[in-house]
Design a protein around this ligand. Sequence first.
Ligand code: FE2
Ligand code: FE2
Length: 508
Amino acid sequence: MPEDRVLQKEIKKLNQIGIALSSEINLEKLLELIVREAREFTRADAGSLYILEDGKLFFHVAQNETLIRRPDPPPGFKPYPLPLSRESVAGYVAITGEILNIENVYSLPEIVPYSFNPDFDLRNDYVTRSMIVVPMKDREGQILGVLQLINAMDKTTTVTVFPKSVEDLVMSLASQAAVAIRNAKLIVDIKRLFEALIRYSVSAIDARSPHTAGHSRRVAAYSGAIALAINKQTTGPLADVFFTPEQTEELSYAAWLHDIGKIGVPERILDKKNRLSDEAMEAIVNRFELIKALKLNRIHQAWHAGNISSPEVGKNGPDDSISEEINKVQQEIEADLSIIQRVNRSHFLSDEDLATLEVIASKTYENLSGNMTPCISEKEFKHLSVKKGNLTAEEYERIQTHVELTHNILKNIPFTKTLKNVPFFSATHHELLDGTGYPGGLKGDEIPLQSRILSVVDVFDALTAADRPYRPAISPEKGGEILKAEAEAGRLDKNIVNLFLDKELYTI
Ligand SMILES: [Fe+2]
Ligand SMILES: [Fe+2]
């Protein structure tokens, strides 16, 4: 083939490689692709790639055709750092930016500062001979790493040298690779930044109440563990389900963000310890003191006016009757107050206590202006007479609005295509399979698997996390029993509950 035709063909191939590299945004896959394409382009038997980071060279990719074809190929490896020094071949290229085209690494001239480390060859019974080592420079000339191609093969698969003519093309390929690496790293950096922003802001929202601190982090961790466990299932009802890395990431974002709408729920509701706020309870205590003082004052006035008479007159005359009257009033007021205080702290309200509360609510006193006023207001009665828990119906509804708010916040975030379902998954974490959840009352198949996972772990964490305002935390075992009962009742997904409990994924 004429030389210019060969060159044209190679440039065309180089362009194709450039396009392939620029469309890969996953950094690890990109690095593998760079080495693979470069090896194919230069007919190299092996290749490795180093990334320069924080003044160190990180060995990221190693491909070796000869070794991989052996019956016992060497295991994969984790990236590890090498000191950046002129003594190694890769270090020399990373520092100087020069290209090295070495005929035989075992017969390097004495004058060169670098040497070849034969460890790899010895460990793997491999012989490295020719090598071309190029810096990966971006458009600004900054070196991002080093590409090393090993053992050029001729048509008869015999090791030969890398021809001089290939140097420019390999340099060009390495620059394209550098641009692609820079872009992929930029995406990684942006992702990290976005993730950190989410984690910190969500953790701050959770920490508004000590009772929900760390909740979203745990919900994300449990959800991730479930997705991972589902992927490992080879039998059973979840064996056919598989979460791709993108779907796992989408679930993680949905988990982290599921309660972001709580930012719009006042702290006094989120963090409510008792039926009444401390301030409201203090106001009642002060009022009852006043009622007592006013009533006792009226008794004294009546006594002075001689209005306290038979049949209340005691056996020792009027003095005895006044003290009886005083005792009666004091005891009644104190008994009423102590019932209010007890009910205020309780999680359940008995019918008996409700009846007593109704009697107290019907009592009035004559205030300083001479007007008859109820001893406890309608609002106070409403808060105290909640049957279960400590939230009134309005407060409960207000808390429930966090889901719609979550959706409103998230739908305005321009999520990428692979994360497009985050708002929906997040906003459906309180939906229940039997349709009794909120806000949409969705049923069965209308609720995607991701939302079902979130609802299982959300309930579990609400039960088992640090003490709630109105009750202490319960054990994981007891929490598991409640999950099972909820699944049995058709509200939570049975398969997810079973997997979560059987694999003890809550211990992560
Ligand atoms: Fe929630
Ligand atoms: Fe939650």
